[in-house]
Design a protein around this ligand. Structure first.
Ligand SMILES: [Fe+2]
Ligand SMILES: [Fe+2]
Length: 421
């Protein structure tokens, strides 16, 4: 009996103890859970904030890309006009104004010897023609070396005699609060400027400033192309060759790249038994494969450090831009396809369309191998020149990944036999 009572007492004490233990454990778990929930909701709020920020940034990026493509289309339209000469400036100004929503007026002026000429004006004033025909001196011009914001331009430019500053103000029809000043260059020479004016007290957004930097770069290249054409290069291929040379000379280490790629590609084409027409297309395609690089800002092309993701996206657009530049010439159709697809990879990991295997145009598959081999074999500050056997190894390792395996075999044969540099 005593034993039974003892056991019962023990069981009771144990069950009380266990009950307390469980309750305190449950209490602790509930507390932990509450803490976790609190932490989670804090994290969630942070995440929400981050997502909102990301959404905002994404929106900005989308907006920029839309503007960028609108700008390229605008330039392509202007450039494709047969009368691509001095009359383009009205179209150029209208295009610039359509990209900068804060600006309601604008002008383009060019230094022509000692004269300062307004070649395009968008304003509400009555004396636009008076300003266009005014006897302005080029020394009075405000020349900007890079895209910048200028506050209160009419008051600031004290080089202009008062009668002329009145003329300028009247042409625009109202007070100019601030302007984005965009240099107009031909190649590297600043010949004038484009002012986009805010007639209300508005600040220009970062996106407007950025798009005008691209705008300035592309315009200067187009004007240079126009200049090259107007000094007597009738043959469009020669003009384009000049552009390629110009771009390569500007880059610290690309001189002769396109000529070499054209040479190597043609050798591969010969080995594949190409017809004269195919060889011709391959040669020009390889020579112009990077022509779109003329529209990529110098600071990205020549950046010594690693490109940011955004900069790399801009760099990648040289394929589409190249295609656009070349596709305006009917006989360069095949050639434009090479410019577009020379960075596609055999396994589908390339750009711009992520094409795979045989769906990548044949000429582009050939140029892709020749392009990489040429880069691997040239002297470069960022990576040491590879020896012939190292470069060959690299090409063969990428067979089936970056390159078409069948073409890699032919290319390897060609590369083995070219004179060593
Ligand atoms: Fe390229
Ligand atoms: Fe290239």
């Amino acid at each position: 009996m005593i034993l039974i009572i003892t056991v019962m007492a023990f069981i009771t004490v144990m069950s009380i103890f266990l009950n307390r233990l469980v309750r305190s454990k449950v209490k602790k778990s509930v507390e932990d859970l509450r803490k976790n929930v609190e932490e989670m909701s804090y994290e969630n709020n942070l995440l929400k904030e981050k997502m909102e920020l990301l959404d905002h940034e994404n929106h900005d990026l989308k907006l920029e890309l839309t503007k960028f493509s609108k700008m390229i289309d605008g330039f392509a339209n202007i450039y494709s006009k047969p009368e691509f000469k001095s009359e383009i400036f009205n179209d150029v100004l209208e295009l610039a104004l359509s990209l900068v929503p804060e600006a309601r007026a604008g002008s383009i002026s060019i230094a022509n010897g000692k004269r300062w000429e307004y070649v395009a004006i968008h304003g509400n004033g009555k004396s636009i023609n008076d300003l266009k025909s005014a006897d302005l001196n080029s020394e009075w011009m405000v020349m900007v070396p890079k895209v910048s914001i200028v506050e209160n331009i009419t008051n600031k430019n004290d080089k202009v005699p008062e009668t002329y500053s009145k003329l300028i103000e009247n042409a625009f029809g109202s007070h100019i609060y601030r302007s984005i000043a965009v240099p107009i260059k031909v190649g590297n020479d600043t010949i004038g400027n484009c002012f986009l004016d805010a007639l209300d007290d508005l600040q220009f957004s970062e996106s407007s400033k950025k798009i005008m930097e691209y705008f300035s770069t592309i315009l200067s290249k187009l004007l240079m192309m126009n200049e090259v054409q107007s000094v007597g290069y009738i043959n469009i291929n020669n003009t384009l060759r000049t552009i390629v040379n110009f771009y390569e000379m500007k880059c610290s280490n690309m001189r002769g790249h396109s000529e070499n790629v054209a040479y190597l590609s043609t050798k591969i084409g010969e080995e594949l038994g190409f017809s004269p027409k195919q060889l011709d297309d391959l040669y020009w395609g390889a020579l112009f494969h990077d022509i779109g690089m003329i529209a990529i800002p110098d600071e990205i092309v020549d950046k010594p450090s690693k490109l940011t993701e955004e900069e790399f996206d801009t760099m990648k657009s040289h394929t589409m831009l190249g295609e656009k530049i070349l596709s305006y010439h009917e006989h360069l159709k095949e050639v434009s396809i090479v410019a577009k697809y020379h960075h596609e990879n055999f396994d589908g990991s390339g750009y711009p369309d992520g094409l795979k295997g045989g769906s990548i145009p044949l000429l582009a598959r050939i140029v892709s191998v020749a392009d990489t081999f040429e880069i691997l074999r040239r002297e470069n500050n960022h990576a040491p020149t590879l020896s012939l056997s190292e470069a060959m190894k690299n090409i063969e390792q990428n067979s089936g990944i970056q390159f078409d395996p069948e073409i890699t075999v032919i290319a390897a044969k060609v590369f083995q036999n070219i004179p060593t540099r």
